[in-house]
Design a binder for this molecule. Structure first.
Ligand code: BG6
Length: 499
């Protein structure tokens, strides 16, 4: 349920000395504070194992805000709302002490018993924490209680179910906010508006007019320091199960009867239910995996994935996935949706290309060999905008056609994976709006889709590495489209700045 009142709550962050808290959560809360979206009636308890004082914690908040948000104004005042609790996640006494602190802050700031528990830490503790929160009385509150949980939500469907059962002992489904930070990105949220607020797109948004859709999310970064996690995850679990399938659901869903959480989520779920399962031998025909080898990006020589810290030297983990999805319903039957994501590619970019079918007869084929198809490009990041590719008359005497682009560009967002998505999501959670969080049904359906692919990949060893760092991925990813008579629209040609 949406409301625009400034929320009042106690936010308890587990994993408060970690990277996510420092880089995303504190700066995002600060931005909300600066924009007047948090009144003085809020408090944060940072929870972590380390033993540090409140003063030290507040200093670290100030540092994180100054370095991430680059601001000094009211930082001290903002940080004064933060308290630290050194905690053992398995010990009930520790939860009792936390409960006492929470009640004191509740009284002191007049928080109406509203509590948000944010789990920004290793997922193996999620279940234990949720069970203790209930058992040790932290969830007995007069106001609302909400659980915000970071990905990965399980490792496969079975482990996700187990985790879900654990957290459901303490929280109802509508109290659980599963983060998918892509859903906080402005242009991902815009997909819905572009589709449902414009009379010109929705009538064409189906298999009669669209020939294929391409969703690409490419990264320049490698696996960095996350080898231990990534070895067990790979790009399929890290990006496809969540971010990529979420974007596909938003692109393919039917118009909801109302713009509320329940209706939007239920339309997204219907897309995931209609997603054709790819299993057995078909996995080799519909999906391509890759792993980066050494290579060069921006003049820098980079090592291959297998040489990264905490990665096996004969690792079979994929850092790249391309796939062809089919949605078996009336709207989408026969329209391939190609997805592609990878690390250590030449460009950092997330883009969606909607390619429309060719016109029935080309009157201009004598002047131009072929007409370019119409494309609608949704630029998710780093640029934010939309571009419509059309054909128009070339200047001059002849009736030659030439491609033109209609372009709308938001000002460039101030960095990649900025706290902005978190800022929006935190604010939504405080207001009780779960629309941009993933429902359990979406999580379960997505796992059941990707599990069938991992089952095949885990049994067969791929000839890795199969793409050099700095490229667009393995050749087989191009062949995936060529078989259908298509090709990936080159990301660099689609940039807003090229218009
Ligand atoms: C995260 C993945 O969910 O998304 C990372 O775990 C990935 O591996 C990141 O780098 C990409 O996010 P963004 O916002 O930079 O596209």
């Amino acid at each position: 349920m949406k409301n625009n009142e400034t929320p009042t709550s106690l936010i308890i962050i587990f994993g408060a000395t970690g990277d996510l808290a420092k880089r995303k959560l504190f700066p995002s809360l600060y931005k909300l504070y600066e924009k007047g979206r948090l009144t003085d009636r809020f408090a944060v308890i940072g929870v972590a194992r380390r033993s540090i004082s409140n003063d030290e914690f507040q200093e670290s908040i100030q540092e994180s805000v100054k370095s991430a948000a680059g601001k000094e104004e009211h930082v001290q005042e903002f940080a004064s709302h933060f308290y630290y609790h050194s905690h053992d996640v398995t010990d009930s006494d520790s939860y009792s002490a936390l409960k006492k602190l929470a009640s004191e802050l509740d009284d002191h700031y007049g928080l109406n018993g509203n509590r948000i528990f944010y789990l920004a830490m290793a997922p193996e503790f999620f279940g234990t924490i949720a069970l203790h929160l209930k058992k040790d009385g932290l969830t007995e509150v007069d106001g609302f209680k909400r659980l915000v949980i970071e990905k990965p939500f399980g490792h496969d469907l079975d482990s996700a179910k187990e985790l879900n059962n654990q957290i459901r002992t303490a929280f109802q489904e509508d109290e659980i906010y599963r983060i998918d930070h892509y859903l906080g990105k402005a242009m991902v949220q815009n997909i819905e508006v572009i589709r449902f607020a414009n009379a010109i797109f929705e009538p064409l948004w189906n298999n009669r007019y669209i020939s294929n859709i391409q969703v690409t999310s490419s990264e320049i970064l490698g696996v960095e320091e996350r080898g231990r996690y990534y070895e067990k995850s790979g790009a399929l679990r890290d990006m496809v199960q969540n971010h990529m399938l979420q974007m596909v659901s938003l692109l393919a869903m039917e118009p909801p009867i109302k713009l509320n959480t329940k209706e939007i989520r239920s339309e997204k779920v219907r897309v995931l239910r209609a997603l054709r399962p790819i299993e057995g031998e078909d996995v080799h025909n519909f999906f391509v995996r890759g792993q980066y080898g050494e290579g060069e990006i921006n003049g820098e020589h980079l090592r291959g994935y297998r040489q990264e810290p905490m990665v096996e030297e004969d690792s079979n983990t994929e850092t790249f996935v391309a796939g062809k999805l089919l949605i078996d319903n009336f709207r989408w039957a026969g329209v391939p949706i190609y997805i592609r994501t990878g690390k250590r590619m030449g460009t950092k970019s997330t883009k969606i290309v909607i390619q429309f079918k060719d016109i029935p007869m080309n009157l201009y084929y004598q002047t131009e060999k072929t007409l370019n198809p119409n494309l609608l490009v949704i630029h998710i990041q780093p640029e934010e905008g939309i571009t419509l590719h059309l054909n128009a008359k070339k200047a001059g005497e002849n009736m030659d056609a030439t491609p033109v682009k209609l372009n709308f560009s938001n000002k460039e967002s101030d960095g990649i994976n900025t706290p902005e998505a978190y800022e929006k999501l935190l604010y939504d959670c405080m207001r009780g709006d779960a629309t941009n969080f993933t429902h359990w049904d979406e999580v379960a359906l997505s796992w059941s889709f990707t599990d069938k692919i991992s089952a095949v990949w885990e049994k067969t060893k791929e000839n890795f590495p199969n793409y050099p760092s700095g490229t667009t991925g393995p050749k087989k990813a191009d062949e995936l489209l060529e078989k259908d008579g298509f090709f990936w629209w080159p990301i660099t040609d689609l940039e807003v700045t090229n218009c």
